[in-house]
Design a protein around this ligand. Structure first.
Ligand code: NAP
Length: 484
């Protein structure tokens, strides 16, 4: 414990929590004194009973006796559960705590009110949040309390409450020293809090952005956008927002967010499965023409007056990456022939954009009926992917996962036809797919999905901040992640 406390200090912690209930043996008073005096930081001593999710299964008077001994040994704070009568509390500065694992959180606000009226120095509430909209209650509670308060939502949906605590002047947040050593679900490491989410730079003026999707835990977007905010010195933070599938869940989340204008929420990246739900929520009148035609957006921007705007930076990123490589502007796609492999979400955005700018496009797909309905919608042609060898186009764009990690030997084209001038693979892992290698070997210009991925993020950054995006930094973050 002493060694870990030293590491915590080095990592930038202000306090450490000593969980006596995690010890195999109850320490003697002398051991407790030695422990607390050897720790180079202020200490919160906790001995959580099983009834509140802890590990202490002994007698209650023994437990409170241990806390009393910890107070005498110099603990800065003692965490005492709110069901312990105030007259039985040990002396010292008390963090009065309440843990709700039910997921319903029926009495949270009442519990906070009662704690706030007690003699304790600090209020602490931790509750399981089924969705990020439930987690937002933590901020309502911190704002309503009159004394230093820690309110945290446990679980993946509550991660934003751990990151945004300094924005609401919460007394603090808890972090683990390393991955796997979390004391509650959803806890981040101190390195993530300090370096990825820039804890020390978050304050009342910080504006918030995030990525809405399911799943979002492996999204690179928090790393990319937070690094960009840091590099461009923008006072903003970007958090993961795991919203379960379904328009109802998406709408409930957005309603809860917009009902709290003091959150200062500026923008949202939207990913699978909510891109269509996002367009429906924002309203097609508030989205650009092509986003409307695609029927999906990946970017929401919230104005200070609460009005919403939707953008689809996916199509713009893809088309601009292609045009830049070809040395043309979007309008010069008119009359160019293009073959799009695949008819899913990525293909839809790209086919809509190619068609909008007048390219003569053929969709090749495994399920031909899907290619046909996409082609019907955007006035292009449809063929089976089995005919891909007979491609007769200047531009080839792969929107299938063929060649994506870990199946990196797969390739949608055995041979690159001689008419092809440029090949764009939307896959970004690996950066150079088998298809791009073959295309390069055949003398074609090539575009990697990395370019599209970075551009959709830089466009979002610029929409939200009005500041030029630090593209190199953002690209480096993606490369670093892919390297790992
Ligand atoms: P999606 O909606 O699931 O569509 C997948 C498409 O690939 C469908 O047309 C599907 O054909 C086809 N397909 C899947 N497995 C296949 C196989 N074994 N052989 C032949 N065709 C196959 O996925 P998506 O969201 O469009 O994503 C597609 C690709 O785009 C992914 O590789 C992804 O990495 C890439 N992408 C890149 C970016 C970026 O920023 N760079 C952004 C989005 C997507 P059926 O219709 O027959 O099922």
């Amino acid at each position: 414990m002493i060694d870990q406390a030293r590491q915590a200090k080095q990592a930038g912690a202000d306090l450490v929590e000593v969980r006596l209930d995690f010890l195999a043996e109850i320490p003697s008073d002398a051991d407790l004194t030695q422990l607390l005096t050897s720790i180079p930081l202020g200490v919160i001593v906790t001995c959580r009973p099983r009834r509140e999710g802890g590990r202490f299964s002994g007698d209650e008077s023994r437990r409170l006796g241990l806390l009393r001994a910890a107070a005498k040994a110099g603990a800065e704070f003692l965490d005492v559960e709110m069901d312990v009568p105030e007259q039985s509390q040990p002396g010292g500065q008390i963090i009065r705590s309440h843990h709700d694992f039910s997921g319903a959180g029926a009495d949270l606000e009442a519990a906070a009110e009662s704690m706030d009226a007690s003699l304790s120095a600090v209020n602490k509430l931790a509750f399981v949040a089924p969705g990020p909209e439930d987690a937002l209650r933590a901020f309502d509670i911190i704002r309503a309390c009159n004394k230093p308060t820690i309110a945290l939502a446990m679980g993946e949906a509550g991660v934003l409450t751990r990151i945004l605590a300094p924005k609401f002047d919460a007394m603090g947040s808890f972090a683990s020293l390393v991955k796997g050593a979390e004391s509650a679900p959803g806890q981040l490491t101190i390195d993530e809090l300090k370096n990825l989410y820039r804890w020390d730079s978050i304050n009342a003026e910080t504006f918030c952005c995030g990525v809405v999707g399911c799943p979002v835990s492996h999204s690179m977007s928090p790393a990319i956008h937070n690094a960009a905010f840091d590099q461009a010195q923008v006072n903003a933070v970007y958090v993961p927002l795991p919203v379960q599938p379904g328009a109802d869940n998406f709408n409930r989340f957005m309603d809860a967010l917009l009902a709290r204008p003091w959150l200062n929420w500026r923008g949202m990246s939207v990913t699978i499965p909510h891109k269509e739900n996002a367009l429906a929520y924002v309203g097609s009148d508030n989205c650009d023409e092509l986003a409307r035609a695609i029927g999906a957006i990946n970017t929401i921007t919230i104005s200070p007056d609460g009005s919403l705007r939707g953008d689809n930076t996916d199509y713009a990123a893809a088309i601009d990456a292609l045009c830049d490589t070809m040395g043309i502007v979007r309008e010069q796609l008119k009359g160019r022939s293009a073959a799009v492999l695949g008819a899913g979400g990525a293909a839809r955005a790209i086919v809509a954009a190619l068609s909008h700018y007048g390219a003569e496009t053929t969709v090749f797909n495994r399920t031909v009926s899907r290619a046909e309905s996409l082609a019907d919608e955007f006035a292009c042609k449809a063929r089976s992917i089995d005919d891909a060898g007979k491609i007769d186009a200047e531009i080839v764009i792969n929107c299938t996962p063929l060649g994506m990690h870990p199946n990196t030997d797969a390739c949608p084209l055995a041979v690159i036809p001689s008419c092809v001038e440029v090949v764009f693979d939307t896959i970004y892992n690996p950066i150079e797919t088998q298809l791009l290698r073959r295309a390069r070997g055949a003398g074609c210009k090539t575009v990697s999905g990395l370019e599209m991925f970075v551009r959709q993020a830089t466009a979002q950054f610029e929409i939200w901040t009005d500041v030029p995006a630090p593209r190199d930094t953002m690209r480096d973050v993606v490369l670093h992640h892919l390297d790992r």
